[in-house]
Design a binder for this molecule. Structure first.
Ligand code: ATP
Ligand code: MG
Length: 564
């Protein structure tokens, strides 16, 4: 018991132990929201709540898995029965149990074919209509669900006994609302916990309402300043309406930031205060130490930008060598305990990734690049796994089958997924394991590829860095057009871009670098750039600006060994 509440501050303790009725925890980055959810689950179990009476909903399955890794060691047996994962995965679990037995999950390729047959046959039109249908579902626009294209699409799926990804939530919700058996089973659930509540969309909101009508206990945690998915239909009104929606709700605030240095906390607060649509709540750094300023580095072009990132990492990793002394660069000496996984390089768009990755390849520094490019490989892996389901081979173990299926790729990120899947399902009978693995791959989101246990520098978009933390963070492309992104038009969009940049800044524990390149290739043409407007929203006293021109280029250093 003591250990569950150990080290928590008073507000966190209250959030963990207030277990009757609806609870909303509003708090800024690094205040221990996710930690509080983890401790709360342990506390619930401690008070006698059974594992299958608890559902923890996370934004990615990876986040759910990380929670499980942190909870499992405290449980006597393994955590079977405790659900921790995405809304989609939870919906799918309900459907696997109660929906007609032979339904299948439809692939995007097939959806496109269906919509081609329903429209003028062009790929463009089919994609547009597919996005439109998904939008109707996620915004839960019941009136548009009567549109002819929607009805025809649904009819074809029904005839094929197929469901699309959004149906996992819609159909599960319909079952909860209409099927007595499901209602009875769900009403055994007693606690719903939701992380990152600021990013739920109207469909997920409806789903939560259906669950809540049967359970009466809900705990949502989030931060309005970190809402970064309103472009996909996430609706921050749900967050603002929580107390109205869930009668008798209590709201708690956490104000102590345990993650970041004083400079990073204060500077990010100055930035976010430029947003008009927000709920003011205090955020104070726990750290009292005098900390490094935020480094703003301007370089000539994106190649130089990538090189500077590599150099700064090399400086810190090589802190115990004579290299830093020879360079008169003592910054690396104050902490010689860096691992490669302490660094993250963030970018606004996937297009920026390749140049950065190439600089890492040249340097020999191990990296994991989390980018939206895995879908083709995942499709091939799925096809290979399906051949085993159709023609089971009793001789083959899970490990053999995964080796064969993942044989299509040498990408470390995907091999990391293979390892995780093996660890999660190695104790299941092979056939069941394969079905579960196929479900996971169907629901795969790029962010799931991030592997916290790999000792490598993380390269990812700012969106994907949500919820994570690193000792040193580099935000690249700190320029108008990227941060904020050029498609951001009105005030509302700019506020979302500011929140996104705020999420990026607040991933950093000790050091934050903002890199701007004076010139950048945009659609193949080199263009002059301007520093991001957000630069001018952070008071100068928090910043240390450096300009590195071509002449100052650093000499190349010896290559480091790859750890893969
Ligand atoms: P975000 O909004 O970015 O998701 P969060 O509010 O979920 O952040 P956590 O990730 O839970 O914050 O915690 C941030 C860091 O602070 C973690 O390293 C966590 O272990 C640490 N932390 C939180 N609370 C405490 C505490 N009471 N004592 C020591 N460390 C803490
Ligand atoms: Mg969190």
């Amino acid at each position: 018991m003591l250990s569950i509440l150990d080290g928590l501050n008073d507000n966190q303790k209250e959030a963990v132990t207030h277990i009757k009725g609806p609870l909303l925890i509003i708090a800024g980055p690094g205040t221990g929201k996710t930690l509080t959810i983890i401790r709360r689950i342990l506390y619930l179990i401690h008070t006698g709540i059974k594992l299958h009476e608890i559902v923890g909903l996370t934004f990615t399955n990876r986040a759910g898995q990380e929670m499980r890794e942190r909870i499992d060691p405290y449980l006597e047996k393994n955590g079977e029965g405790l659900f921790l994962g995405t809304f989609h995965m939870f919906g799918l679990n309900i459907l696997r149990k109660y929906y007609n037995r032979d339904f299948r999950l439809i692939e995007r390729k097939e959806q496109i074919e269906i919509l081609r047959s329903l429209t003028d046959g062009t790929l463009k039109k089919a994609q547009e209509q597919l996005n439109y249908i998904s939008k109707i579902k996620n915004l839960y626009e019941t009136s548009s669900m009567k549109d002819s294209i929607f009805l025809k699409y649904e009819e074809i799926l029904k005839n094929k006994n197929a469901l699309d990804i959004d149906d996992l939530i819609i159909k599960a919700m319909e079952l909860i609302r209409t099927c007595d058996k499901v209602r009875t089973d769900i009403s055994r659930l007693r606690h719903i916990l939701i992380d990152e509540y600021q990013d739920i969309n109207p469909l997920q909101y409806e789903f939560i309402r259906s669950l809540y009508s049967l359970t009466e206990n809900i705990c949502a945690v989030g931060d309005l300043d970190q809402a970064i998915y309103t472009f996909r239909g996430a609706d921050i009104e749900h967050f603002l309406n929580f107390e109205k929606d869930f009668k008798g709700a209590k709201t708690l605030f956490l104000k102590d930031n345990y993650r970041s240095s004083k400079v990073i906390v204060h500077a990010s607060q100055f930035l976010i205060k430029h947003n008009k649509k927000r709920v003011e709540h205090p955020l104070e750094p726990i750290s009292l130490e005098c900390s490094n300023k935020i480094r703003v580095i301007t370089v000539n072009n994106e190649y130089e930008e990538a090189k500077i990132v590599v150099k700064e990492i090399e400086n810190r990793m090589g802190a115990t060598t004579h290299y830093s002394l020879a360079q008169n660069d003592f910054r690396g000496l104050w902490d010689s305990n860096y691992r490669f996984s302490d660094f993250a390089v963030l970018f606004r768009t996937n297009n920026q990734a390749d140049i950065i990755r190439d600089a890492f390849i040249d340097s020999g520094i191990p990296y994991q690049l989390i980018k939206d490019v895995f879908y083709e490989e995942i499709n091939e892996i799925e096809d290979r796994l399906k051949t085993y389901i159709n023609e089971p081979d009793r001789e083959k173990t899970l490990s053999h089958i995964l080796d064969y299926a993942f044989g299509v790729t040498a990408k470390e990120e995907l091999l990391g997924i293979k390892r995780n899947l093996f660890l999660a399902y190695r104790n299941f009978p092979v056939e069941i394991a394969l079905k579960k693995i196929l479900d996971e791959l169907y629901l795969f989101k790029s962010a799931d590829a991030f592997n916290i246990n790999v000792n490598a520098v993380s390269l990812m978009t700012i969106h994907m860095s949500k919820g994570l933390e690193f000792k040193v963070v580099f935000i690249t492309g700190f320029e108008e057009g990227l941060i904020p992104y050029s498609l951001a038009r009105g005030e509302k969009d700019i506020e979302e871009e500011r929140r996104l940049f705020y999420v990026g800044m607040t991933r950093a524990k000790d050091e934050l670098f903002l890199l701007c390149s004076e010139k950048r290739h945009i659609h193949g043409t080199e263009k002059e750039t301007k520093k991001s407007r957000f630069f001018y929203e952070i008071p100068e006293k928090f910043l240390e600006s450096t300009y590195i021109s071509k002449k100052d280029k650093q000499k190349k250093k010896p290559k480091q060994q790859s750890l893969f």
